[in-house]
Design a protein around this ligand. Structure first.
Ligand SMILES: [Zn+2]
Length: 136
């Protein structure tokens, strides 16, 4: 038997909360500063809250000061973008490449080396601390 699942188990995930559905399915945005992931600095990986796809690594997370969890790079197979011209603005909308759940937007004012800022809703992310043992 093959299993790539570590702690937390496989199989059906807990159902999304109404707040998560509003973002992932309804293209909503959480209140800035509301996500506990803003201050998350542990090593680990960030997955789609809806389907579990790997989206970001903690190594690309940084403090943008925007009030939303921010990254300067995404996992290429995990995050897809499309042009969003709603609300009279041209933005890059970011969504899960697997389930197309809405994650946030991508801006061009990020740090090197990419210059990108993936501005994500914490509710759309499932943080999984890396289980490397002794590090405390
Ligand atoms: Zn997904």
């Amino acid at each position: 038997m093959t299993s790539s699942c570590s702690s937390g188990g496989c199989g059906p995930r807990a159902p999304l909360t109404p707040e998560q559905e509003q973002i992932l399915l309804g293209h909503g945005t959480e209140y800035p500063g509301s996500s506990p992931l803003n201050g998350e600095k542990r090593p680990g990986t960030y997955h789609c809250a809806a389907c579990g796809t790997l989206l970001f690594s903690s190594t690309t997370k940084y403090e943008s000061g925007s009030g939303w969890p921010s990254f300067w790079a995404a996992e290429p197979q995990g995050v897809a973008t499309r042009r969003d011209t709603s609300h009279g603005m041209v933005r890059e909308e970011a969504h899960c490449a697997q389930c197309e759940g809405h994650l946030g937007h991508v801006f061009n004012d990020g740090p090197p080396p990419t210059g990108l800022r993936y501005c994500m809703n914490g509710l759309a992310l499932d943080f999984r601390p890396s289980a490397t043992g002794s590090a405390g």
